[in-house]
Ligand binder design. Structure first.
Ligand SMILES: *Cc1c(COP(=O)(O)O)cnc(C)c1O
Length: 407
């Protein structure tokens, strides 16, 4: 459990982080969510559950992930020393396995036989399919027809893992329609199925639960950083899509008021062009997908279409805890453009031999900017949320030439 920050519970009994979060759902769903909440609250302090999850983190996912002093990148950048929390080294290549293992284990303990979810580019789908097959549950992944065509290798990977891919042919045939279809399927059978949300979003208890499963990142990082340097980092930097990797890193440091926290949103082509997903920087409070938070929306309260080169950051909403942390000034929210992220993708690859996910490259880009304004006594710890293998083809096709890669 997280202590109060500035007098606010994280969250309160109703799942509210200040005015954000909560539940904006049909009555039918209230009951289902209450069952999940009750099961989760019972199980999270249960020794067997904790032991089993710790075992999977360690022996399956490969935790603890190391922290690494990126000496070459720091020297090239100039200024503060940059450290990386290597979530890219987890099994399946990103932080998402942390909450998928937690959610599937909970579903299993609740007696569910199937987990379901939507996926856009497929990262959440792969992590969920992995955890489901390991723990012996069926897995249905709802995916828009257009996304299926775009992410063929990922779709094949999920099929190899035994997941059932449900194509969605409605409307724009992408993520939003996939969410609608998955929700319909969930309502049709909430008894044998468990809806596994892919970030710290959705109605209570999901933002709290996914946060709890991700906070291992910050707990490890805090210990590792102190063991290596004797101090805490001066700055933490993480990219923010829904906000799970960022809150996972930040949670263990929220009460360390000397540690400055930065969440980095995708500025896309730049805010002046209007194609971005800077929800906290440019949005206004509203309700989407069952919870209240900052939201990029039009005058009628409909979610805006958003853009980022990193499909994992391409979401018009954000986790409700981030909205509160912004309002109380505990976390600073900054941004990096597509171009800055791609440049950082190449910089980190060349300097350290580490190819970051385009999502994580946003955090690296901002950390480099921050480092330049500081001196060598200062330290910045970046959450390297995932590896970039999934992005290589796209990056080389669109940006390879600028970086001297000719095919
Ligand atoms: C999905 C994803 C993200 C964005 O999700 P958050 O919930 O904001 O963490 C970031 N990095 C990687 C590598 C991802 O796969």
């Amino acid at each position: 459990m997280t202590a109060k920050i500035n007098g606010f519970e994280m969250p309160d009994r109703g799942g509210c982080f200040g005015e954000y979060g909560g539940r904006y759902v049909p009555e039918q769903l209230e009951k289902i969510l209450d069952e999940i909440l009750i099961a989760y609250e019972k199980i999270r302090d249960d020794d067997d559950f904790k032991k089993e999850l710790q075992f999977l983190y360690k022996n399956y996912a490969g935790r603890p992930s190391p922290i690494f002093y990126a000496k070459n990148l720091s020297r090239k950048t100039g200024g503060a020393r940059i450290y990386l929390k290597r979530e890219d080294l987890n099994h399946t290549g990103a932080h998402k396995i942390n909450h998928c293992l937690g959610e599937v284990l909970l579903a299993k303990k609740m007696g569910k036989t199937k987990v379901i979810a939507e996926t856009g580019a497929g990262s959440h789908g792969v992590a969920l399919a992995t955890a489901a097959t390991l723990l012996g549950l069926e897995c249905d992944i709802y995916m828009g027809e257009i996304d299926i065509a775009k992410a063929q290798p990922t779709v094949i990977r999920m099929k190899i893992l035994g997941a059932n891919i449900v194509p969605v042919h409605d409307g724009g045939k992408t993520l939003k329609e996939a969410v609608d279809a998955a929700l319909d399927a969930y309502f049709a059978d909430p008894v044998s199925q468990f809806y596994a949300i892919g970030s710290v979003v959705g109605p209570h208890p999901f933002p709290m639960m996914v946060r709890d499963f991700q906070q291992i990142v910050g707990i490890e990082a805090r210990e590792q950083f102190q063991a290596e340097t004797g101090l805490l980092p001066d700055y933490l930097v993480a990219c923010v899509g829904g906000g799970s990797n960022a809150i996972g890193l930040f949670t263990a440091f929220l009460e360390d008021h000397d540690v400055q926290l930065y969440g980095v949103e995708p500025a896309g082509f730049g805010p002046e062009v209007g194609q971005h997903a800077m929800t906290l920087t440019m949005g206004t409070p509203g309700v989407l997908h069952g919870f209240k938070s900052y939201l990029l929306q039009n005058d009628r309260g409909e979610p805006s279409s958003v853009h980022s080169v990193a499909s994992g950051l391409d979401y018009p909403g954000v986790g409700p805890q981030h909205s509160l942390l912004k309002d109380i000034g505990r976390v600073n929210y900054a941004s990096a453009t597509d171009q800055e992220a791609v440049d950082a993708f190449f910089e980190l690859s060349k300097a350290e031999g580490i190819v970051p996910a385009l999502e994580s490259a946003h955090a690296v880009a901002y950390a480099m900017k921050l480092a330049r304004g500081l001196d060598q006594t200062k330290t910045i710890l970046v959450n390297l949320s995932g590896r970039g293998d999934k992005d290589i083809d796209f990056v080389v096709e669109h940006y390879g030439k600028d970086h001297g890669i000719v095919l």
